[in-house]
Design a protein around this ligand. Structure first.
Ligand code: HEC
Length: 420
């Protein structure tokens, strides 16, 4: 049994483990004996790990001719931008190559399998570093797929940067309890802003350890992939399309409007001699999309396709909800700054970058809840919506809760359509 392990926190190893060291078994692939559960081998993908890398991405097993020898390999394309082939019987590193833009490692040493980390990427002495890939990954949790026919792995890839920098109090940093995100990082300098992230579908040629083809895709987060024996790759995208590509060339061959963004991986199966492809529609992202899928209006469905299938979806007309406001609410810039710090560490991942939601949670600019201090407290502090997926941030002080309300109002006004 192969397990891809997660990261450690705080992310910053200068705080987590000031004495250094590999920090086993963070960011590793660990093989256990399936009968006894006993440890067999491990391969640590990112020793030290100061960057939120993890190996929670899917792992695939295949037999591939590499260097003139048939190898039983384990394939893995984690967040860090390298595509790994490991001998799945011994855990020995075979090869790794870049499947996306990365600048944190010079290379993965072909003999030891250890990354040669670019020293700047460790953001030493308080020097900020714009790192690629960003912590969403070059490849996130949307599954890739491998086709024994082409020998390619099909990976939904994101390309974006994130600034890593020590916090001012790197020596005296303290852990914040509760649901707060403890990165152990500082706020990036205002003049260092990564360009908007992009995405693509990448076919990685495993035997030759290089990209075979890639096609640009909309937005940042796109769906998992399915490679079929009919030489197709199926994948949903964040613009609400369900697509089929040629597995050999990446040419788009078929496309169907699914009325919602898609992140899940399709599956294929046959019943009574008829072949089906099924996919779940549903969308969440930390970034706005085009179109942007409203959390409360999403069409979350299981769609099933077959050759000759003729049924259509009922028509849907999403409503563009207005941004809420109360003219009597006067934004205090200092309070908003307190709120921004909390929002950008602990709310952004669900409620969206810049306060514009990307489908994982309601858009707080469009919610009446932050306009009323008491209701806001009952939701954010007391956990009134806990059973619906909004946790309780009970450790937030009154000043922090108030700061959040001011920051939400500030962003709502800054992003409101002009002339309204
Ligand atoms: C893990 C994801 C997640 C995180 C992190 C998160 N939220 Fe939420 N939040 C949700 C979801 C999901 C809902 C919708 C619950 C429902 O269906 O009523 C929600 C609802 C809310 C609402 C109510 C909106 C409305 O109109 O009903 C507010 C206000 C809110 N969140 C504020 C925050 C704040 C402030 C933070 C950070 C301190 C935060 N949330 C962090 C997922 C999250």
């Amino acid at each position: 049994m192969y397990i891809g392990t997660g990261n450690g926190f705080p992310w910053n190893i200068k705080i987590r483990s000031p004495g250094g060291g590999d920090n086993l078994y963070l960011s590793s692939i660990v093989a256990l004996d399936v009968k006894t559960g006993e440890y067999v081998w491990h391969y640590q993908v990112n020793p030290e790990n100061s960057h939120d890398w993890n190996d929670a991405m899917d792992i695939e097993l295949a037999d591939v001719m590499i260097g003139g020898r048939m190898r039983s390999v384990l394939l893995h394309a984690p967040k860090n931008g390298f595509f790994y082939a490991i001998d799945r019987e011994t855990g020995k590193f075979i090869q790794a190559g870049e499947f996306a833009r990365q600048n944190w490692a010079k290379r993965i040493d072909p003999v030891t399998g250890r990354p040669e980390i670019n020293p700047e990427a460790q953001y030493p002495d308080g020097k900020p570093f714009m790192m690629y890939p960003f912590p969403n990954g070059a490849h996130g949790i949307q599954a890739m797929s491998f086709s024994p026919k082409t020998g390619y792995s099909y990976i939904p890839v994101m390309e974006g940067g994130r600034v890593f920098v020590d916090p001012a109090n790197v020596k005296g940093w303290t852990y914040k309890p509760g649901m707060m995100v403890n990165t152990g990082l500082g706020a990036p300098p205002a003049n260092l802003v990564p360009p908007a992230a992009t995405s693509k579908l990448v076919a990685y040629d495993v035997a030759n350890n290089r990209i075979a083809w890639s096609v640009p895709q909309p937005g940042v987060f796109n769906g998992g992939t399915l490679a079929t024996a009919g030489n197709l790759v199926f994948q949903g995208t964040n613009d609400g399309m369900f697509n089929a590509f040629s597995a050999t060339t990446g040419r788009k061959l078929w496309s169907w409007p699914a009325q919602n963004g898609i992140l899940s991986a399709p599956i294929s199966y046959s019943v009574g001699g008829r072949q089906y492809v099924s996919v779940i529609t549903g969308f969440r992202s930390s970034f706005a999309n085009s179109p942007n899928w409203d959390y409360r209006q999403q069409q979350r469905r299981l769609l099933t396709f077959t050759i000759g299938g003729a049924r259509k979806l009922p028509r849907v007309d999403p409503v563009d909800e207005p941004i809420q406001d109360d003219p009597a609410f006067v934004v205090d810039a200092d309070k908003a700054k307190v709120g921004a710090g909390i929002y950008n560490s602990s709310c952004i991942i669900c409620h969206g970058s810049g306060m514009v939601a990307g489908g994982a949670a309601p858009d707080l600019r469009k919610s009446g809840v932050p306009l009323d201090a008491e209701t806001f407290r009952s939701v954010v502090h007391d956990g009134a919506l806990m059973s619906r997926g909004m946790g309780s941030f009970a450790q937030l002080s009154d000043a922090e809760l108030e700061g959040l309300r001011h920051y939400i109002r500030q962003r709502a006004r800054e992003t409101a359509p002009k002339g309204k």
